[in-house]
Design a protein around this ligand. Structure first.
Ligand SMILES: Cc1cc2nc3c(=O)[nH]c(=O)nc-3n(C[C@H](O)[C@H](O)[C@H](O)COP(=O)(O)OP(=O)(O)OC[C@H]3O[C@@H](n4cnc5c(N)ncnc54)[C@H](O)[C@@H]3O)c2cc1C
Length: 310
């Protein structure tokens, strides 16, 4: 069978694209390699997606998105695309077990934040450990937070976090920041920001919620455990040590900048009929609201492309 639209990835961008494409009566397949919903399915709190209130956990939100896409006829399969062939008008997506053919392809493979790799980190993600200040800063109102990283994003996000947190400590593995000088100056001037140099986090502890973490000074090898202020009883760790877009598959095929897919405002890539949507593309804000918006635009543009070319 040749689908009208094949969507790689079933996160918010892919599910929104699936909804719009299927509702436009295009035969649509969403191919997802893991659990439905992508990154947002890993968090219990989503306060900033319009209309999502207290009851909107990540898994609930994406379950509704998937249901909605399926209601209009999109099909969803569990599979990992490992190879693509975009050289002909009919695009081919290959997995270990299957070959999918489509008139248009929407790449919605997302991205993943780079982890510290410390024991306890994965278990406590969304439970005191965060990778997104825009998403989670408000949960740390008047509490202490620790920011891991020393690049532009880490320092900018640390400055942003001072609007909420009572104190922000930047933990950096070197003895100077990598961030641009202008950003550094702002951080040094900010009275709420402190620094812990030459230091890494080696373990994160907590039973269902972050309770403490261990840091190691790389010069002295000294290790110590950090606990929240007794009165507060809680604190947070924000990790900003890079982001890994899931775009490896498209290297040398699709135009990219620093591993992110370049599109125009209509989500078109350099290949006619191939669109990209969500966190995997060059953009200024990586959130559910922008991922779903990208997905909708990509699907509408895919519909136009098919009308004009088939
Ligand atoms: C812990 C956490 C909390 C967050 N909180 C918020 C929040 O409160 N509010 C907010 O707006 N945003 C939040 N975000 C950001 C938000 O989750 C992302 O911006 C959004 O999920 C991006 O959607 P996406 O569809 O582009 O990508 P993703 O969510 O990354 O989904 C991509 C999907 O593609 C699949 N995939 C990748 N490669 C392949 C392949 N080769 N074959 C098949 N499938 C593939 C992946 O398995 C994944 O499911 C949070 C992120 C994290 C990590």
């Amino acid at each position: 069978m040749i689908y009208d639209v094949a969507i790689i990835g079933g996160g918010p961008a892919g599910l929104a694209a699936g909804l719009y494409a299927a509702r436009a009566k295009l035969s649509t397949i969403i191919i997802e390699k893991g659990a439905d919903g992508g990154q947002i399915a890993t968090t219990d709190e989503v306060e900033n997606y319009p209309g999502a209130m207290e009851d909107a956990t990540g898994p609930k939100l994406v379950a509704r998105m998937l249901e909605q896409a399926k209601t209009f006829g999109a099909s969803r399969v569990s599979d990992e695309i490992t190879e693509v062939d975009f050289s002909d008008k009919i695009k081919v997506l290959k997995s270990a077990k299957e070959e999918y053919k489509a008139r248009a392809v929407i790449i919605a493979t997302g991205a993943v934040p780079r982890l510290i790799g410390a024991p306890g980190e994965k278990e406590l993600t969304g439970r005191g450990v965060s990778y997104c200040a825009t998403c989670d800063a408000a949960f740390f109102q008047d509490l202490e937070v620790y920011v891991m990283g020393g690049g532009d994003t880490a320092v900018e996000e640390a400055i942003y976090l001072t609007k909420f947190a009572k104190k922000v400590t930047i933990i950096h593995r070197r003895d100077e920041l990598r961030a641009a000088k202008s950003i550094q100056e702002k951080a040094f001037k900010n009275e709420k920001i402190e620094f812990m140099w030459d230091t890494v986090i080696t373990e994160i502890k907590g039973d269902g919620m972050l309770e403490s973490f261990v840091v190691k000074n790389l010069k002295t090898e000294e290790e110590r455990e950090i606990f929240p202020d007794e009165e507060d009883g809680a604190f947070g760790i924000f990790v900003f040590i890079g982001y890994l877009p899931a775009t490896e598959l498209f290297k040398d095929i699709i135009h990219m900048e620093r591993d992110y897919i370049v599109t125009d405002e209509n989500m078109k890539t350099n290949i006619p009929g191939v669109f990209a949507a969500g966190d995997n593309r060059v953009k200024s804000l990586r959130q559910v609201v922008t991922a779903t918006s990208d997905g909708a635009i990509a699907a509408v543009q895919a519909e136009k492309y098919i009308e004009d070319n088939f």
